[in-house]
Design a binder for this molecule. Sequence first.
Ligand code: PLP
Ligand code: COI
Length: 344
Amino acid sequence: MEDSMGKKNLDWSNLPFGYIKTSKSFVATWKNGEWDEGKLTSKHSFKIDECACVLQYAQTCFEGLKAYTTEHGDIVTFRPDLNAERMENSCKRLQMPVYPKEKFIEAVLKTIEANKDWVPPYGSGATLYIRPFMFGSNNVIGVKPADEYQFRILVTPVGPYFKGGAKPITVRISDLDRAAPHGTGDIKAGLNYAMSLYNIVDAHNNGFAENIYTDPATHTYLEETGGANILLVTKDGKLVTPKSGSILPSITRRSILTVAKDVLKMEVEERQINKAELKDFAECGLCGTAAVISPVGTINDHGTEIKFNDGKDEMGPVLQKIYDTLTGIQMGRLPAPEGWIYTI
Ligand code: PLP
Ligand code: COI
């Protein structure tokens, strides 16, 4: 039996951020107005019809969280209740049925449990990425929501999201928009990522790791990148993050703001940030489940380069302290605020 063979023999320290099929996924089905019980499955593919709502009208949303092996050898996950709540918002906005929060958490924990052998060991730098997602599965040709859905959870072991791991990346300020004002930027809809694909390929072709989007109405204020929120540190050590109704409310960013304020006793501020202010900040980073905290070394604003951390090829001292504290909590080296860590 594949499931009882013990820890998988992967090159844990050199994993890319990629997809590998693991032991089990979770699947629940919505039909006739209700969710079935849901179950673990070793089938990683399924059939849908050509006219399924997800294929025609992109009715799909997803979440992302991770499982970690702690210093003490436990397997834990981080704040899945917030992923459940955010997915609830995504589902409501896309006219999809909500998968209840308690059942969401239970399904996440069950799926991790069933894939214990795939959780990378402590100290490897890799983690188990967990991807809950939902889509409209029955045929729809007029523009309307589906009435059958699948809620699934897949897991896959991953390494760092940006090549080079902790090395500062170079990003550019984008001319294209990710989210419309009053659009879907604040939910985790697949469509937000579909429309970023042209731009990310173009960024990579031009030597940039990511695009920084600005507010679509005026292209003046910083929003976020295609897959992470933005962190900035002032010269006197204050943590500042962009405030906008059209960015994804990152669980990592919200956790960092709490940790910076309550644990590190830093001054923190969420506000609109004009891109003209960028040159005044000492450090810049991107944060998210996949990105963790990735340092930004250079922002290219239409040919003008803004450098951070005095142009050094490493993470700045303030972001490093926040990184050590956040990952310390996730990996069991530091005490966690009440309710943040779920042990499998
Ligand atoms: N912003 C975008 C567009 C994302 O896709 C993600 C990833 O989930 C984030 C921010 C970071 O959010 P979180 O910290 O909840 O993973
Ligand atoms: C995550 O961090 O979980 C995301 O969904 C980002 C994605 C670009 C991989």
